[in-house]
Design a protein around this ligand. Structure first.
Ligand code: ACO
Length: 325
């Protein structure tokens, strides 16, 4: 019998504050028309008085509700985030405490920028192999507005805050296929932590760089289309499947034009690519679980359908995961 990933419930949460494109036009040389036509984004949400923990706990609570999972059934908590307010403790530990999960839980964070949720879900699946009776709570939570450079008009218009979560277990519904890749480097997409290389007693100190996202947009665009298309093809080939065999593609919501280019390259109708970037923006590690939650709650996603999650991000990294809903 083949044990694959079974997603039992999903949850999503975005903070109430909505920021429109017009508000960016008031602070930068840009326009609603430029942002919509180049990215597909109309608005995004910014946290105001809420932390990445608040966002994550809300999304996780909703996912557990949807799954009908009790706290004592959760054995693994993996949070994907690059914007947690603490280097430690981990966001996963804080969510476990906030939700009253049992102490004997394996809880930790993972940072792979926008690919983080995919990697967290795959990691959780591997860990569940040792704990078949338990469920995993897998979360992507980001407050990207705190590391956005509002003086850079080509990046600041892209990002939003939010969190998405799933409760997953192992089931005999079918295989799960996974592919991932990593190309190191800070040139194309990076965000410094603010730490420097100097010994604290050295007479000359470096000025720490503020944590702000730096991005070569055109290069990321090219990388995204190439890596996501190739990764999806490789993932499906592991199971003897072709792109046309998949019912839903839920990809990282970075730019609607990237989704269009991937659909075209795979020769798949764009309608099979779920897209919510118009009202969410790019929420990094939260974008895939937020989109999956919205697709699930829309009623369009039916049990037994074939789903591919795919994304890319800082690292550079990319990955794809195929499973049966
Ligand atoms: N408003 C108006 N004009 C702008 C804006 C703006 N907000 N931003 C850039 N421009 C201008 C540029 O200055 C340039 O002007 P020029 O021709 O006079 O030099 C022109 O628009 C075209 O610039 P491009 O960079 O070629 O614009 P492009 O069509 O590539 O769109 C974008 C830029 C939206 C950033 C696109 O490259 C993109 O989406 N790339 C991928 C981004 C992405 O997916 N990032 C993921 C990051 S994940 C993470 O970091 C967590």
């Amino acid at each position: 019998m083949q044990y694959g990933l079974k997603i039992l419930g999903t949850g999503g949460y975005v903070p109430p504050l909505t920021v429109s494109n017009e508000e960016f036009a008031a602070i930068a040389d840009t326009s609603d028309e430029w942002i919509r036509s180049r990215t597909g984004i109309g608005e995004r949400h910014f946290a105001d008085g809420e932390s990445s923990l608040d966002l994550a706990a809300q999304a996780a609570h909703r996912a557990m509700d949807d799954a009908g999972a009790a706290p004592e059934q959760i054995g693994v908590v993996v949070c994907a985030t690059a914007t947690h307010e603490y280097l430690f403790p981990s966001l996963a530990c804080r969510v476990a405490q906030a939700l009253g999960l049992p102490e004997q839980v394996l809880a930790f964070d993972l940072n792979a920028a926008c690919s983080g949720f995919l990697f967290a879900l795959h990691t959780a699946q591997c860990l569940l192999g040792e704990r078949r009776d338990a469920y995993a709570l897998v979360i992507g939570s980001e407050v990207l507005s705190r590391i956005t450079d509002f003086e850079d008009r080509s990046t600041c218009i892209l990002f939003g805050d939010g969190a998405g979560a799933v409760v997953a277990g192992l089931g005999d519904g079918g295989p799960t296929l996974f592919d991932s890749g990593a190309i190191g480097g800070t040139q194309v997409l990076s965000c410094p932590s603010g730490l420097t290389a100097r010994n604290p007693f050295a007479s000359v100190q470096e000025l720490p760089q503020r944590p702000r996202i730096h991005m070569d947009g055109r290069e990321v665009f090219r990388f995204a289309v190439d890596s996501v298309s190739a990764s999806i093809t490789r993932t499906l080939a592991q199971g003897g499947l072709a792109p046309g065999d998949v019912d839903w593609y839920v990809c990282h919501q970075a730019n609607q034009r990237i989704l269009k280019a991937v659909a075209k390259r795979l020769d798949i109708p764009l309608e099979r690519f779920f897209c919510n970037i118009g009202h969410r923006g790019n929420t990094s590690a939260a974008s895939i679980p937020l989109a999956l939650d919205e697709l699930h709650r829309s009623g369009l996603l039916r049990r037994g359908q074939r789903v591919v999650l795919s994304g890319f991000g800082g690292g550079l990294t990319y990955g794809s995961l195929y499973f049966i809903w």
